[in-house]
Design a protein around this ligand. Structure first.
Ligand SMILES: Cc1cc2nc3c(=O)[nH]c(=O)nc-3n(C[C@H](O)[C@H](O)[C@H](O)COP(=O)(O)OP(=O)(O)OC[C@H]3O[C@@H](n4cnc5c(N)ncnc54)[C@H](O)[C@@H]3O)c2cc1C
Length: 398
């Protein structure tokens, strides 16, 4: 049993946590083998059971199948799953990035149409924000969206499209008004990524996988040539996509702030076990670094609760999401280095006669290099903190 310190989030959180605990007492065993697939829409018996008993999409309105929980109530439920040592699955970017934007900016009809489809697994999303010339400067997107009757016709190139292989929808930022100032002519559109019988994309979309050092091809270049989306799929209105994207980005950086620390805590415990097993626990430098890691996991934890509090107060995590992202992503990189140092020579030799097979530690290490990049780089988070939290002058535009 994992020690989860009791934080009292109030009577309603206590009530739903008790409900979760009773449910887990009855069912947790089914989920013991479940591995969280990160952004991929997970499938399988455990996910179906969790879905059936409505422990997915906890913050979503009850009328679309969520539980309508506040951030604090959801954090209390997650603490119970953690105590039972099972993963509470997430439905990828559909749940964490698209759903919140549709809830805040979508019409009633859009909420009723798109949210249940995410929840039941029909729509699985990948993100089409970045372009070759629009990364940190995201408002520079050049992919065009042209209105044709009751459809938007989308052409251009996106890049770094994660979780593309399983996706059936692409949520994209496209330029619908090239005459307007750059932040004002963008729309946020949900483009169908239909597949043929071999699961190849149709609708004028081509996906070209990009292979990484780990051997995986986690993301793709996405080429759109006349891809069609109903105008109904434009969230927040034509040319109003920048505002909608901020809700998505706030959730990408700070949405899971309250539970983010859990994966770091689990990894740290695993590393400490390894240090002890290998008789390295007396090494004074290693002890210092492990103590540093423990302190940071706790800082991430309590910082995450502060982000959650602004989520509760303001409805979105605001600039404190940037503080949270800076803290956890830079910790993640540092922890990756620490894990490699603990592995020693084993860090350099992996794979066997069957070829290149990175261990869990290597995958974590490679992944940690990207944490300070995706969702907005560490430098961009610092700019946001400087300008929107500390009130320093805006950086000069180039
Ligand atoms: C693992 C991973 C998954 C990703 N998944 C997706 C996805 O699914 N969909 C998607 O759309 N995108 C995705 N991305 C792309 C990601 O959002 C971009 O890489 C990121 O926004 C940075 O943009 P860029 O790569 O163009 O770098 P650039 O914007 O070219 O930045 C290059 C360097 O310059 C620095 N820099 C740039 N501007 C400033 C400034 N104003 N002040 C200070 N420093 C600055 C940056 O910090 C960085 O160090 C993913 C990236 C990674 C690593």
């Amino acid at each position: 049993m994992v020690e989860v310190p009791d934080l009292d989030f109030g009577p309603s959180a206590r009530a739903v946590a008790a409900e979760a605990r009773a449910w887990l007492d009855a069912y947790a065993e089914v989920g013991l083998d479940f591995v969280d697939m990160g952004g991929l829409a997970p499938k399988g018996a455990w996910v179906d059971l969790v879905r059936e008993h409505r422990w997915l999409c906890l913050n979503w309105p009850t009328e679309v199948g969520g539980r309508g929980l506040s951030g604090l109530e959801a954090a209390a439920v997650d603490a119970e799953f953690r105590r039972a040592e099972v993963t509470r699955p997430r439905l990828g970017m559909g749940e964490t990035l698209v759903g919140p934007a549709v809830i805040v900016h979508g019409s009633e009809e859009q909420r009723a149409h798109f949210l249940p489809r995410i929840l039941d697994g029909t729509d699985r999303y990948c993100q089409g924000f970045s372009e070759p010339d629009a990364g940190s400067d995201l408002a520079n997107v050049q992919t065009r969206g042209v209105v044709d009757g009751d459809e938007l016709v989308v052409s251009g190139q996106k890049v770094w499209t994660s979780w593309y292989w399983d996706a059936t929808m692409l949520f994209a930022l496209v330029r619908t008004n090239p005459q307007a100032p750059k932040h004002d002519g963008i729309s946020y559109v949900l483009v169908p990524l239909q597949r043929d019988e071999d699961f190849r994309p149709t609708n004028g979309i081509e996906l070209r996988p990009l292979r990484q050092i780990s051997g995986e091809a986690h993301f793709a270049e996405t080429f759109l040539d006349g891809a069609r989306a109903p105008l109904f799929n434009v969230i927040g209105g034509l040319d109003n996509g920048w505002k909608v994207s901020k809700t998505t980005l706030g959730n990408e950086r700070g949405g899971s702030a309250a539970t983010q620390y859990l994966r770091f805590e689990t990894a740290l415990h695993r590393l400490i076990e390894r240090v002890q097993r290998e008789g390295k626990a007396d090494d004074p430098v290693l002890r210092q670094r492990l103590a540093w890691a423990h302190t940071h996991v706790q800082l991430i934890r309590y910082g995450g609760l502060r982000t959650l509090a602004s989520l509760v107060d303001r409805g979105d995590p605001g600039p404190s999401a940037s503080i949270s992202k800076m803290l956890w992503s830079e910790y993640d990189r540092e922890f990756g280095e620490l894990a490699m140092d603990v592995l020693g020579a084993d860090a350099l030799t992996f794979g066997d006669n069957d070829g290149y097979q990175p261990t869990r530690w290597h995958t974590q290490f490679f992944g940690s290099r990207s944490s300070t990049i995706w969702g907005g780089t560490a430098e961009i988070q610092r700019n946001i903190v400087a300008e929107r939290v500390l009130g320093l002058p805006r950086e000069p535009s180039v």
